[in-house]
Design a protein around this ligand. Sequence first.
Ligand code: ARG
Length: 583
Amino acid sequence: MQPFIKEEEEYIKSKLVELGYEIKEVVLNVSSRPELGDYQFNGIMGLGKEYHKNPREIGQELVDLIKKDNKYKDINMAGPGFINISFSDEKLIKHANELNDNISINYQIDNPRTIFLDYGGANVAKALHVGHLRSANIGEALKRLAASLGNKAIADAHLGDWGRPIGLVMLELKKEHPDLPYFAENYKGEYPKESPVTNEDLMRMYPIASSKAKEDEEYMNEAREITAKFQSGDRGLIALWNHIMAVSKKDIKDSYDRLNTTFEVWEGESDADKYVPEMIEYLEKKRLVEDSQGARIIEVKEENDDHEVPPLLLVKSNGALSYETTDLACIWERMHKWKPDEIWYLTDSRQALHFEIVFRAAKKAQIVNEDTNLEFIPFGTMNGIDGKPFKTRDGGTMKLDDLLDLATKECEKRILPNISGKERENIANKVGISAVKYADLLPFRLTDYIFDPVKFSDLQGKTGPYLLYSTIRMKSLLSKANEENIAYKKVKVISDEYQRNIMVALLNINNVLLKSFESRSLNDICEHLYKITNIYNNFYYQNRILTETDKDKRETWLTLTKIVYDNNCKMLDILGIEVPDRM
Ligand code: ARG
């Protein structure tokens, strides 16, 4: 089935053709002046230019022709040629009932693709921090949106599990416990089953090691050495690596779980690394690799570059592999294993050049197909109230869990006093996550925003908690109707403007989804959710739904409540926000 607005757009296009005007596409937008119509079409001015005709003349021809079909409640022209349309009650009722049968009719796309997403990137042995928050929130929501539109979407956690952070922790452990068997040369025995470190140890040791390495050249060299040693497969260090991985991965998983962030694939840089030798052999055979002062590089600059694009450093002069090489090998692996049509990467914009180099090399070397879409999806920064990147009070980087705790505590104050114990904790966490996620997804993706837990948890504002509170209220209204055995099967009448506004807002779902999908930004969905919830609440305050004596009205209102409830649940789910039973 065609989404409602699309169908109308095609109808108007056919009418223009009938009048002799060719137009690429007709786009209907929600009216900026609702007093003139539900939707508006602004393409007439363009046609006027093209056909050297007064646009108002074309507009009038169109209005006159369409009026003959008696299809709309109203169609009129305003200003230089804006066409305003109001839909008939029958049409609105029919559409609402279709949504009532299946809320998913608007969830479709013309060419479904296989999309691979890379929005994890947590580093093993280090705590997740606020920098990982936005990639997780936006990435997870984009994955859910892509999948709900019919694409095949696969996300990979892509753990940073093969680099220096682990070397640093190993070194610090060695300093503290030099006698552990993992560090003994020529040790032939079995290694302990029990991990020598807990996650708390890792969290304590990494910052120590990292600052020592910054201050002390000798220490840094040792860290490089131990990193190179585990990377080349040293038996003891690999046994230790496995322990660190298991401990850290569990902690990372818990943090992502709390954020409702899921990955279909849990691989990491170490998995990509296995493909480096065969990839390098392939690249050498293709004669794409050059020597540069002892290093092996691939040139990727292009003639019309307006900024400098350095070559991809494939193998450093000391034999070590670069971050770029790992990402190129990772594309190699993904193309072989999952054959995606697209790969999307979410990190902050500081990695833009890195991905530009990697993508160019992948295309140049035909590691991907010509039409494979490799896409870098950056985002703005989350700032503190001072407008600078969010920090702890003493200026450090805040751990993700601590940040989520701030929001959760704030939300906890706002939930019902009679909810207690474990349930209270669970609900506070869900509401807290909704506050953080909604605030994170509401601004356009590239826009910076300020982390303000008090504002984010306001039950009255444009916030996650407001949406949850309203959505739960819809659900409890429906439960009460069920308890009182009030049946509601269909939308039957349009009784007032408040109700009509809901039905008009429902028309726009498909457009909102497609817009968010195309811009890779969830802001349109967030705005739509807020708008329809607000419109619903205005209607709710206007009417006493359960005690309404006109049965058709009561049935209609309950059915509409169910449709808006279904819509909200589905959209909140795309945003990765869970709706608790009560709050
Ligand atoms: N681990 C990296 C970091 O914390 C992010 C990884 C992003 N993904 C990628 N394929 N490079 O900065």
